[in-house]
Design a protein around this ligand. Structure first.
Ligand SMILES: [Zn+2]
Length: 382
């Protein structure tokens, strides 16, 4: 919803987040005004063009992560470009520290390679690369088209260095955690890496405030929140480790038909414990191929707010939705649900509908397992 697909490569969707144009406006402003008395259109144009080229480098950076991950059996589904960089979404997280290390380092390494290529091309073209590389630091207002190659080399090296800051959600945070996880448990390595990342975020934020550098403060907030999220995710992963969909899902869920009015689903939420529904054709048993959509509680509320209660469910249901198998790991399914913005998924076995797995089911299991970890015999297949 909030991002647009630009292209697809080896099964990976490359998407642009709707906030992405903000960075171009920012680049036009900064390059158009820095070191100048009046706004310069030529400067702004240069800023927008090099920023666009840089984002191609960011795509290559994310593709490098993705290809390394795919090689090790962790396929990446999509790459989303945000104003502060890119994010590669994986269905599963790497299990072994060395796998995470290789995946994390592949991104910054690609920028070192790209930077070196720009550097060599510039040297071959007879450009004074030494002066050019320093120019963004000593004379940012004087940058022009002649500085394109050294500027791109400089920013790629800077990008590699920035991403290697040892703080989540930067690649350096993953490198640090992976290195520590070779000598201590993964959860402990994560907490230490989170603490280091948040400490660095405080320093960066403080430095930004004292020097009046607003972008630093913004990045510090981004790092702090990203580190906290990583810590939370690993705690949940730990508690859910070895638990499968079969341990948690709700059997015999009620279904609705695509021709039913929304009010029918609303009535069912009052009469039953259920608030999310599979949409099935035929006799509502949702047998093979009969399941045509999902209608979650959030969808029902939105539909009732925007439309008449008589609107048929087929007009408001989701026809694209992930499904879960009995032996899928709860943690992985939960991440997929979060990414799809869905509170419930149908549980299928050989095309047969068995029931629903809801966010509430997962939360219940998570809370129970946090109190009494021996409650369910966990699968050893992790
Ligand atoms: Zn990266």
């Amino acid at each position: 919803m909030t991002s647009l697909r630009v292209f697809r490569l080896r099964g990976i969707d490359v998407k642009i987040h709707i906030t992405f144009p903000l960075i171009l406006i920012w680049a036009a402003y900064v390059f158009g005004t820095t070191g100048r008395e009046e706004f310069s259109v030529a400067g702004a144009t240069f800023g927008v063009v090099v920023t666009l080229i840089l984002f191609i480098c960011v795509v290559i950076h994310e593709l490098a992560h993705s290809l390394a991950a795919g090689r090790m059996g962790y396929p990446v589904r999509e790459i989303v470009l945000l104003p502060l960089g890119g994010v590669a979404q994986m269905d599963k997280l790497p299990e072994k520290p060395w796998q995470e290390l290789v995946m994390a380092i592949a991104g910054p390494l690609s920028n070192v390679v790209i930077g070196t290529v720009f550097l060599l091309v510039g040297l071959a073209a007879g450009i004074d690369m030494r002066a050019g590389l320093l120019k963004p630091l000593v004379d940012p207002g004087g940058l022009g088209w002649a500085d394109t190659l050294p500027y791109l080399a400089f920013t790629n090296f800077a990008l590699a260095a920035f991403n290697l800051i040892p703080a989540f959600p930067m690649d350096g945070g993953r490198v640090l955690r992976a290195l520590m996880a070779t000598v201590m448990p993964y959860a402990r390595a994560t907490s230490i890496a989170v603490a280091i990342g948040q400490g660095l975020a405080w320093l960066l934020g403080l430095g930004g405030l004292l020097s009046g550098n607003f972008i630093w403060v913004l990045i510090a907030v981004f790092i702090f929140a990203g580190a906290a999220q990583e810590g939370r995710m690993i705690r949940v992963k730990n508690a859910l480790r070895g638990l499968l969909v079969r341990h948690a899902f709700s059997h015999r869920a009620l279904a609705v038909s695509p021709g039913d009015p929304i009010s029918r689903a609303a009535d069912l939420t009052f009469e039953s414990f259920q608030a999310d529904f599979p949409v099935c054709t035929g006799d509502l048993t949702c047998e093979r191929g009969n399941i045509v959509g999902m209608l979650t509680y959030a969808d029902i509320l939105r539909a009732l707010r925007q439309r008449s209660p008589d609107t048929p469910i087929r007009d408001v249901m989701r026809s694209e939705f992930p499904t879960a198998g009995l032996d899928d790991e709860l943690f992985d399914v939960q991440r997929q649900m979060t990414e799809a913005g869905l509170d419930a998924v149908p549980v299928m076995d050989n095309g047969e509908f068995l029931g629903l797995l809801t966010r509430r089911d997962i939360n219940e299991v998570y809370q129970m397992m946090s109190v009494s970890p021996e409650l369910i015999q966990r699968s050893q297949a992790t």
